[in-house]
Design a protein around this ligand. Structure first.
Ligand code: FE
Ligand code: ZN
Ligand code: FE
Length: 170
């Protein structure tokens, strides 16, 4: 909360580390959410896409751990209100009643919000890493950024080609 902020940004490096911890928190929380959403999906194609992104997410966690290691820091999480809220929205869809096909469209809507959030986070962190001369860390963040963008584009393709069509017919 604003008034009791414990953030201390003396140097860009402090902000960079806080951003990495926030990404780490988000990825950890998303592993559980993605597993549940992949189980909830009725479209096989959507289920496979969510399962594939779950396994990418585990790789992204390992990349962040490698980044902390390269920076001589222990991997740490920080609270992130934004990802908590986005995941709450995912959880709400998991509990939704109604047409399976419309629920699939709702799953995509919720996950794509997360992907865009992660794209913003990885883009910012990659730019900080480059500015600070952490080349190897920047490359790790760039790889995850690319995966998030591909996951997002893949979900758009699945929505347009099948899930939204089925949802409309429901
Ligand atoms: Fe991710
Ligand atoms: Zn946050
Ligand atoms: Fe993602």
């Amino acid at each position: 909360m604003g008034i009791f902020s414990t953030l201390n940004f003396e140097h860009l490096e402090d902000l960079f580390l806080q951003q990495l911890k926030s990404l780490y928190e988000g990825e950890q929380r998303m592993t559980t959410a993605l597993r549940k959403m992949s189980e909830k999906a009725s479209s096989d194609e959507l289920g496979r896409a969510l399962t594939a992104h779950l396994s990418e997410t585990k790789g992204q966690i390992m990349r962040l751990e490698k980044a902390f290691q390269l920076l001589g820091k222990k991997p740490e999480r920080t609270t992130c209100e934004a990802i908590r809220g986005l995941i709450e929205d995912c959880e709400e869809v998991l509990d939704a009643k109604g047409s399976q096909d419309v629920i699939d469209a709702a799953l995509i809507a919720a996950v794509q919000r997360v992907e865009h959030f992660e794209i913003a986070g990885y883009g910012t962190a990659r730019n900080f890493a480059q500015r600070l001369g952490h080349e190897e860390v920047a490359m790790l963040l760039e790889e995850s950024l690319k995966e998030e963008k591909e996951a997002d584009a893949n979900l758009t393709a699945i929505a347009i080609s099948s899930v939204n069509v089925a949802a409309q017919a429901a």
